[in-house]
Every structure is written in structure tokens, then in C-alpha cells.
Design a protein around this ligand. Structure first.
Ligand SMILES: [Zn+2]
Length: 500
């Protein structure tokens, strides 16, 4: 998301920009992978590009299947890199051969950098290359030595790493054309040279002092003789306090979120804070999802010049525009009618409510095609929120019969309910039955009856929901049939009146 926005900003300035996204699929399958049973035994240590697709749904490999989840999600978020590249292909095509040779020739410099930058001591004969064992196909289990300018000696060791067992093969091979790969830091730096990278973001796990990025920067300068790209450090998105990550089996959250939330809101989630600020997002049992929609609507209101509440950051117009798909017109999007998320979540719980008709009534005009599409997206999101995430207090049910809680209302509240029934009757059917109008009527009648607003709202919730709180009162009334509302208000006022 960060890179997508940087690329857009550069293009806005008229700079030619290519956005690349690479997949490190020559890396070995390690214990983070989501394999079970004999697949673990068979595939641990094998390059991800050479492991069969566990889902067997037509992908060429485990790597293609897993990366596909991300690529589909990016697509849905409006992130369209100019090119995806797969390191298994780049190596196989010989693209990295030149850099493998330089790294092997300058192995001593790389060992020095590991020691000086990261205090990591590599043994004297250690070489910066991992070869693929020609017998068992593993890359995580081999150790290379003795570079003679053409080949390296290698051993596939049973106990090199704890998470995979090598087969014991020893021999010599030329580590080119995909027969070997550079270790991560060296590979990273080599790729900057190969692809001409000018900006490279860096997750905070790699951004520590003396960490991977510092090593890669030093390798770029001292081994490949090139200035490293501009560095953009980014923090993580934490779901329920934990890093969103496929490798620990929670990454499903990434594409699940993208299935639930429209791209505009999901983009805003990422773009709201600076990249180096962690994003804490806990959708479970909370209002995190409704608040995200509300924030988007607030920005839209500010951009369109409608009234809004609260402070805005100085760059709010930019944040709003960057939250939209690249080809969207920000002015048109800001002006579009968007039903408040909480209202929609409530409407969806009212049996028989015609959601589109209610939303159209609130707008006071026919919805445009775009507004229909927005409504459809929001209905999906609100349903998912109600089904999977919403706290109990968000679940409301309008009682068919007068709730017994009305017995607890005081004389003032009863008078208020009766007076509101009168008002809504005398105003007649000619007046529009919208949330805003009804909210206004509630406030007016409460004032006339000298009932504090809190007492008036509590009386309404009691009469319809049998509880002391609920959604915005105007929405509640507007979502129901006018006759039902008038009758219920009268009954609640009367029923209470006959009590001592
Ligand atoms: Zn082997």
C-alpha cells in the first residue's frame, strides 16, 4: 500500500515510475509454512517454487498458490504493480548469475560486512550462496565452500538446520541458472542492481540497527558498488495485538478483510497513520469497522464541503484521494451519498425493512448507479460485521409487543411518548419520514415537554427495543412503518399512564 501510494504521488508529479513486486519463491519451505503430514517431511527445505500446490487448485506451486492470495487482494485494493517477478524465474533465466559470481569473488568482503554491521561471525570458508541439492532438491540444507571461479563444493547435511533434513549428498556444481541462490541480504542488494531499484520499503523486523537492511545497504555499496535505494520503513498492521502474517496462520485475515471491507475503507485503514506507525485494528467485538467507515465519511464530507465533526489532519484531501481507486474522481466520490454504517447495520436487523428504499428516502433523491454500488458494498460489510464481529450492544430487535420495560418510565417520559405520537400524527403522511426529520421531531417534542434528551431517547428505546440504549433514534423510527410507530408510541404512553 505504501509503495502504491508513493508510485501514484511520483506519477502525479509527472515522473515516470515502474512499480515492481517480487516473490522470493526460491527460498526454502521452512517451519512457518502451513503444511501438514508427509508434505512436511517431503517438502521442508525445498524451494517454495518447487513444492506442489497444497490446495491442488491449479497453481503451479505452493509459492504460486500462496502469493496468489496476496496478488488477488492487491488487485481488489486497486494495487496493480507494473510487474510481478518471481525469483525462481529470475535465477533460472540467469538474471542473477553475474551477481552470484561477484558475491562469490568477494566473499571475504561479505563476511567482513556481516561481522562489522551485525556482529555475525561466518567461518573462514563460508560462501554467500545456497545451492539446490541435485539429489533431494532441498536448498535449506546445503553448505557451499571452495569457490574456484567456476564451481563450488557442497554438502547436503542432515543436521545443518533443525527444521529440515538434508540427504547427505556431496559434490561440486556451478551455482548458476537457478542451481543456487544468494542469501537474503546479498540477494536483496543484488536485486537493486539488477532491477535498478530506487525506492525500497522495509518492514520494521528488517529495519533494526545492524539488521537485514543495514547489511544489504553495506553489501550494495561495498560489493555491488551502488548506492542503496531510498529506504521507507514501515510498521505492521496488528490484528488483535498480533502481527498480520500468513506464516503463522493468521494471514487469512488479510484476504478475509479484503472480502468484507470495500477497497476505499481498507486503503484508508493503511493510509491514515504514517507508514512508521503501527496500525492496531481489532474488529472483533468492537466498533473498529464502523469507525473506519465513519472516518471515511467524515473525510468525504470535509472534501465535499459538507458539515463534519472533529479535527482534520492538514493533508486530509490527499489521504481521501489516495484511499480511492486510482481512476476515481475524488470530487465525485466525495459528493456521493453514503448511508452511515451504523444506520445500515440497524436497518439490516429490522424484519421486512426495504434497505434501498430507506436509504433513498434519507438521501431524498434517487441513488445514482455509483451510490447503489456503494450501498451494496456497505450492505455486505455491515452483514459481515453483524455476523462475525459486532459487539452484543449492536444487535437490536424491535419488539412485536409492547416491552415490559415501559413500566419503568416516569410520568415525564410517558408524556413525551404521547406527545411525539400526536406530533407524528398531526404532521400527517405528507411529511417525509426520514431519519433526520424524525430525529428533529424527537428533539423538538422533548424540548416542548421539558424532558432532557437522554430521558426522551431512553423512553423510545424502551418502547421499541425493551432496553435503555440503541441506534440513533431518528433512524430507529424511520426504519419502521409509520402506523406501527404511532401506535406503539401511544400504547407506551397510555400503558404507562394507567399504572400507579
Ligand atoms: Zn540433498
Amino acid at each position: 500500500m505504501t509503495l502504491d501510494v508513493i508510485a501514484r504521488a511520483l506519477r502525479d508529479r509527472g515522473l515516470e515510475t515502474t512499480l515492481l513486486y517480487g516473490i522470493d519463491d526460491l527460498d526454502p519451505m521452512d517451519t512457518q509454512s502451513l503444511l501438514t503430514g508427509d508434505a512436511v517431511e517431503r517438502s521442508l527445505g525445498v524451494p517454495l517454487a518447487h513444492v506442489p500446490d497444497p490446495a491442488a487448485d491449479g497453481h503451479a506451486s505452493y509459492a504460486r498458490h500462496s502469493a496468489g492470495l496476496f496478488i488477488d487482494t492487491f488487485d481488489r485494493l486497486g494495487i496493480h504493480p507494473d510487474r510481478y517477478y518471481w525469483m525462481s524465474e529470475v535465477y533460472a533465466e540467469g538474471g542473477m548469475d553475474r551477481y552470484v559470481r561477484i558475491a562469490l569473488d568477494r566473499a571475504q568482503v561479505i563476511r567482513d560486512i556481516y561481522r562489522e554491521v551485525s556482529q555475525v561471525e561466518r567461518p573462514p570458508g563460508w560462501l554467500p550462496v545456497h545451492v539446490v541439492c541435485p539429489t533431494c532438491g532441498r536448498i535449506g540444507t546445503t553448505l557451499a565452500s571452495d569457490w574456484n571461479g567456476e564451481t563450488v563444493a557442497f554438502s547436503c547435511l542432515p543436521d545443518l538446520v533443525e527444521w529440515a533434513r538434508g540427504c547427505g549428498t556431496k559434490g561440486r556444481l556451478a551455482p548458476f541458472g537457478g542451481a543456487g541462490k544468494l542469501p537474503f541480504n546479498v540477494d536483496w542488494a543484488a536485486r537493486w542492481s539488477l532491477l535498478g531499484v530506487t525506492i525500497e520499503p522495509c518492514g520494521k523486523d528488517l529495519a533494526t540497527a545492524g539488521g537485514s537492511r543495514d547489511r544489504a545497504d553495506a553489501i550494495a555499496r561495498r560489493v555491488f558498488e551502488r548506492e542503496p535505494p531510498v529506504r521507507v520503513d514501515y510498521e505492521f498492521l496488528n490484528i488483535r495485538g498480533q502481527k498480520m502474517s500468513t506464516s503463522r496462520g493468521r494471514g487469512a485475515a488479510a484476504h478475509e478483510m479484503a472480502e468484507i471491507l470495500p477497497p476505499d475503507q481498507l486503503r484508508l485503514l493503511f493510509l491514515r497513520p504514517r507508514p512508521n506507525q503501527a496500525i492496531e485494528f481489532d474488529p472483533h467485538g468492537s466498533d473498529a469497522i464502523p469507525r473506519l467507515f465513519d472516518e471515511f465519511d467524515r473525510l468525504a464530507a470535509a472534501v465535499a464541503g459538507r458539515p463534519f465533526r472533529g479535527e482534520l489532519s492538514p493533508d486530509y484531501e490527499r489521504v481521501f484521494a489516495m484511499s480511492l481507486p486510482v481512476d476515481a474522481d475524488a470530487a465525485v466520490e466525495a459528493a456521493a451519498y453514503r448511508p452511515p454504517f451504523a444506520h445500515l447495520a440497524f436497518l439490516l436487523q429490522v424484519p421486512g425493512a426495504d434497505v434501498a428504499a430507506r436509504v433513498e428516502a434519507e438521501k431524498g433523491m434517487t441513488l445514482t448507479d455509483r451510490e447503489r454500488a456503494i450501498l451494496d458494498e456497505r450492505v455486505v460489510a455491515a452483514r459481515a460485521w453483524l455476523d462475525q464481529y459486532a459487539p452484543e450492544r449492536a444487535r437490536v430487535a424491535v419488539h412485536d409487543e409492547l416491552p415490559s420495560t415501559v413500566a419503568e418510565l416516569d410520568a415525564q417520559q410517558r408524556a413525551f411518548l404521547s406527545a411525539l405520537a400526536e406530533r407524528l400524527t398531526s404532521d400527517g403522511a405528507g411529511k417525509s419520514w426520514t431519519g433526520d426529520d424524525l430525529q428533529g421531531a424527537v428533539f423538538d417534542v422533548a424540548r416542548e415537554q421539558n424532558v432532557p434528551p437522554a430521558g426522551a431517547f431512553a423512553a423510545l428505546y424502551s418502547a421499541f427495543l425493551g432496553r435503555a440504549n440503541g441506534p440513533r433514534a431518528g433512524w430507529l423510527l424511520a426504519s419502521l412503518a409509520p402506523d406501527f410507530v404511532r401506535e406503539r408510541l401511544r400504547a407506551a404512553g397510555d400503558a404507562a399512564r394507567v399504572r400507579p
